[in-house]
Design a protein around this ligand. Structure first.
Ligand code: SF4
Ligand code: SF4
Length: 663
């Protein structure tokens, strides 16, 4: 006989009809619940981007890219077992359905044997994953995971589904044994030994238990965490391709039409943002990496998503559901966005809510002072324009107003122009540009804040004013490239000024200097083994995927940029890394110093400083020098390293190290 099996074994016509009736009812119920929820998403603004459709589904769902690259302790391997096990079982059921309901009959012979062998194995993979999840929740629950009965039920349902699937197979083999069972349906055949000679009625009873569980699963899909199975696919397919570091602009027309700025209630988010909230699987990976949450602040990105989802479709203010305090605590470091396996954009959600708070006059204290300073002096710390050329004293720095045409515009930034520590970096970069014979110029007193802190704290129109002012200024000169030592300026100039007609080639100083080193015009620094630790700035390493050039300045050859999120593994295998003392978090997975998102200008409780947390990691490397590539990080870490270490640790920018190496 040809190996195969018959479906609906021993089932009467009424039983078959009852099955179809019930399963159709469950599908209609699930569809109706999703349809009802879709009404809430449709309240949102239409999206103004082209969805990725298939690309992100393949990359992030089918290939599980973010899950694969998460730290193992985040439950990533467990999820891979569950996901691929579930996917295999879904495929097995689909193939069976095609064979049963289409005229093509292929469920027999060698194909059938291979089908049974493979899918019996994948069923075990699925059950191992579910068991792993249960044990993890029960005995080793990370604190970012909440313990709720609905989660226990969801896992129990999935486990019962997998187990009864095997029991149906075992009962069929016990009731109607075939010669090929032991080699093909190997798990079912082993179980069948425990239930010998099962009756026709016994088989039908087990079959129905499994069928009822399948129906319960379908009906439960729109509820509990299970809905992420469907919603993660939808959210990925519709997600914006927009880089992490780019925020959506608001137009004056939009404000005139709606009569408000930013998001007060959830329906003012885009439809995709509302839909993405329902994709959250409550895994807590976002919270695990949040620098604010790590130091005990109330900001919890997972809760932000859950709280907004909870009030979607209602008139409850977002700031009330999430809490204003939590909204202000975000550094916009995007660690949460990077970690989220279903591509939720927490920073968009937070900044949109901040925009409304700022417009309503709810930003007080030092954050509000910073906005007033930018308005009155075009400098985030309130320095007068005349002071922007003080760092040049004693140097022959070319000015744009004198040259008009040059190759490189050296953009200094507010901190670089007036902060004593950051000014050392600025001078070092200028010295290196002069030494390498680069045709460059600075704007000097004509430079104005890029508007980055204003945009991220929520004052979109102040940002737009600054952007338009600077784009206008750039138009007065002829240059090819902008280079800046500030990753925040870099991100804004490179990625956001395009929204206002300013398309430029922009380089962080580490990129230009690494090119000059590669061209033999400069020498890299050569610290000895373990002497230096490098702190990756979020806006350079994570948000703009630049981790190799800074390391090249320290004589390291890495391939972190190319590897993207897979860099950790790649870097661990690179022998060169041994020279640099890496902290626990580095590259794209770096840990924020706490300065972004306007937090640089906001008060911090002494025991809740992200910068001290990061300082501890850097000190733990044992390096006596910490190399930096960001003036904000320098300001934050300068005080914090002194706070957490009794030993003297030197803070120095990469450019200063290269300058010293070329002295
Ligand atoms: S952007 Fe950074 S600080 Fe803000 S919620 Fe995400 S991880 Fe936390
Ligand atoms: S928002 Fe993303 S990372 Fe955070 S809990 Fe939900 S699915 Fe997980």
């Amino acid at each position: 006989m040809v190996p195969t099996r018959s479906e609906f074994l021993h089932q009467s016509l009424p039983q078959k009809l009852a099955f179809y009736f019930l399963i159709l009812g469950c599908c209609i119920y699930a569809g109706w619940r999703f349809f009802e929820r879709a009404k809430v998403w449709r309240q949102g603004k239409p999206i103004d981007w082209k969805p990725s459709y298939l690309q992100n589904v393949v990359r992030y769902i089918a290939a599980q890219r973010k899950v694969r690259n998460a730290r193992p302790r985040s439950g990533a391997p467990m999820h891979l077992f569950i996901f691929y096990g579930f996917l295999a079982l879904l495929l097995a059921t689909t193939l069976l359905g095609i064979n049963t309901y289409s005229p093509i009959k292929f469920h027999q012979g060698t194909y059938y044997v291979v089908y049974e062998i493979v899918f019996d194995a994948m069923g075990l993979v699925f059950l191992v994953g579910i068991t792993w999840a249960m044990v993890r929740r029960g005995a080793f629950r990370p604190k970012v995971l909440t313990q709720e009965w609905k989660d226990v039920w969801a896992l129990a349902l999935l486990f019962a589904l997998g187990l009864t699937g095997y029991l149906v197979e075992a009962a069929r083999i016990s009731n109607h044994p075939q010669t090929w069972d032991a080699s093909a349906s190997w798990v079912g055949a082993a179980l069948a030994r425990g239930i010998p000679n099962i009756s026709d009625g016994g088989y039908v009873a087990i079959w129905w238990i499994h069928a009822l569980l399948v129906m319960a699963f379908i009906a439960a899909l729109p509820h509990m965490r299970l809905k992420h199975i469907v919603m993660a696919v939808a959210a990925s397919a519709g997600s914006p391709e927009r880089k992490y570091g780019v925020l959506q602009p608001i137009s004056l027309e939009e404000v005139e039409q709606t009569g408000q700025i930013g998001v007060a209630v959830a329906k003012e988010y885009s439809r995709w943002h509302l839909m993405s909230l329902d994709a959250c699987m409550e895994c807590g990976r976002c919270t695990e990496v949040c620098p604010a949450n790590l130091v005990g602040k109330i900001l919890n990105p997972k809760r932000v998503v859950q709280d907004i989802a909870g009030v979607a479709g209602t008139e409850t203010p977002v700031a009330g559901a999430v809490s204003e305090e939590a909204l202000w605590q975000c550094t916009t470091c995007n660690a949460c966005v990077e970690a989220c396996p279903v591509l939720i954009r927490h920073v968009d959600l937070i900044v949109d809510a901040r925009r409304n708070l700022v417009a309503e006059g709810k930003l007080a204290g030092t954050g509000a002072v910073m906005l007033r300073q930018i308005t009155s002096t075009s400098h985030a710390w309130g320095a007068q324009p005349g002071s922007r050329e003080e760092w040049m004293k004693g140097m022959e720095v070319p000015l744009a107003r004198d040259k008009k045409k040059f190759d490189v515009l050296f953009w200094v930034g507010c901190a670089g122009a007036t902060d004593p520590g950051a000014m050392k970096t600025t001078r070092a970069v200028a010295e290196l540009l002069l030494k390498a014979g680069i045709d460059f110029a600075c704007l000097g007193n004509e430079e104005a804040c890029t508007g980055d802190p204003a945009r991220r704290i929520g004052d979109e129109f102040l940002f737009q004013e600054m952007a338009q002012q600077n784009v206008g200024r750039f138009g007065s000169y002829e240059f090819k490239t902008i280079v800046t030592p500030c990753p925040h300026c870099f991100n804004t100039l490179a990625n956001e000024y395009g929204q206002f007609g300013g398309q430029y080639e922009v380089k962080h100083h580490s990129e230009l200097l690494s090119e000059l080193i590669a061209a033999g015009k400069l020498k890299s620094a050569k610290p000895s083994k373990g002497e230096v630790a490098y702190h990756d700035p979020c806006y350079l390493a994570r948000i703009n995927n630049q981790s190799d050039a800074p390391r090249a300045l320290l004589g390291e050859r890495t391939q972190l940029n190319e590897m993207g999120t897979e860099m950790e593994r790649a870097y661990a295998d690179t022998p060169d890394r041994r020279n640099l003392a890496e902290p626990e978090h580095y590259g794209r997975k770096t840990l924020c110093c706490g300065a972004g998102g306007g937090r640089m200008w906001m008060e911090e409780e002494p025991n809740q400083r992200p910068s001290e947390n990061r300082a501890r990691e850097l000190v733990a490397t044992g390096a006596k020098t910490v190399a930096l590539g960001c003036p904000f990080c320098r300001i934050m870490l300068d005080a914090s390293i002194k706070q957490v270490s009794e030993e003297e640790i030197k803070l120095i920018d990469l450019a200063e190290m290269v300058r010293d190496a070329n002295a």
